[in-house]
Design a protein around this ligand. Structure first.
Ligand SMILES: CC(C)(COP(=O)(O)OP(=O)(O)OC[C@H]1O[C@@H](n2cnc3c(N)ncnc32)[C@H](O)[C@@H]1OP(=O)(O)O)[C@@H](O)C(=O)NCCC(=O)NCCS
Length: 159
C-alpha cells in the first residue's frame, strides 16, 4: 500500500497536496498569505531531487503522501504529509509517517524534525500522538509555526 514514489507520480502527488492543503488551510491562513496552489510542478520536481517521496495507494489511486529529507548524518526532516479529504482519519497519515520513520532508522538517522502551523490543531494532535514534541515556535502573520521533533529508537543491528 505504501511505496516509494517515482517521478511519474508527480502530477498525482501534486494534486493530493494541493487539494488537501486548500481544504485544510484556507480557513486558517489569511487570504493575503494563502498560497494557492501551495506547490507548483516545478517546485515539486525540485523537491524530488532533495527528498524521497512515499505514497499511499488505495485501489490504484494515490490518496496520501509524505516526504523525507536527510538534513545531516543523524537528522531527517519530514515534509508534505498530506492525505486527501475523504480519506482522512482512517490511519493513512499514521501509516505514512510510521513508514518514513522506519526508512529513516534504516538509514541510521537518530532524529526527525518537522514544521507545521500551530493553529492546525489536527496536525499538532496527529504528530503528538505519534510521539513528536514541540521544540520551538516562530511568529507568523497567521499565529505561530511550530517545530516538532522525535528521537528515533536505534534498531538492533546484525553483527
Ligand atoms: C494531518 C493528516 C496528515 C493526518 O492524516 P490522517 O490519515 O487523517 O490521520 P490518522 O487517521 O492517522 O490520525 C491519527 C491521529 O491523529 C489525530 N488527528 C488526525 N486528524 C485529526 C483531526 N482532524 N482533528 C483532531 N485530531 C486529528 C487523532 O489523534 C488521530 O487518532 P484518532 O483518529 O484515533 O483520534 C491529515 O489530516 C491531513 O492531510 N491534513 C491536511 C494536511 C496537513 O495538515 N498536513 C500536516 C501538516 S503539513
Amino acid at each position: 500500500m505504501i511505496e516509494r514514489a517515482c517521478i511519474d507520480n508527480a502530477e498525482e502527488i501534486l494534486s493530493v497536496i494541493n487539494k488537501s492543503n486548500r481544504e485544510a488551510y484556507k480557513s486558517i491562513i489569511p487570504k493575503e498569505y494563502f498560497k494557492e496552489p501551495v506547490l507548483s510542478i516545478e517546485e515539486l520536481l525540485k523537491d524530488f531531487e532533495r527528498m524521497t517521496f512515499y505514497v499511499y495507494r488505495r485501489k490504484d489511486r494515490i490518496v496520501g503522501v509524505a516526504a523525507l529529507q536527510i538534513e545531516s548524518r543523524e537528522t531527517g526532516r519530514i515534509h508534505w504529509v498530506y492525505v486527501l479529504p475523504g480519506y482522512q482519519r482512517k490511519g493513512i497519515g499514521t501509516a505514512l509517517v510510521t513508514h518514513v520513520e522506519r526508512e529513516a532508522r534504516e538509514m541510521g538517522l537518530r532524529k526527525l524534525r518537522l514544521l507545521t502551523v500551530g493553529k492546525a490543531k489536527w496536525a499538532v494532535n496527529f504528530y503528538r500522538k505519534l510521539g513528536y514534541y514541540l521544540v520551538n515556535k516562530v511568529e507568523k502573520p497567521w499565529g505561530f509555526d511550530v517545530f516538532m521533533e522525535k528521537k528515533l529508537q536505534i534498531l538492533n543491528r546484525c553483527k
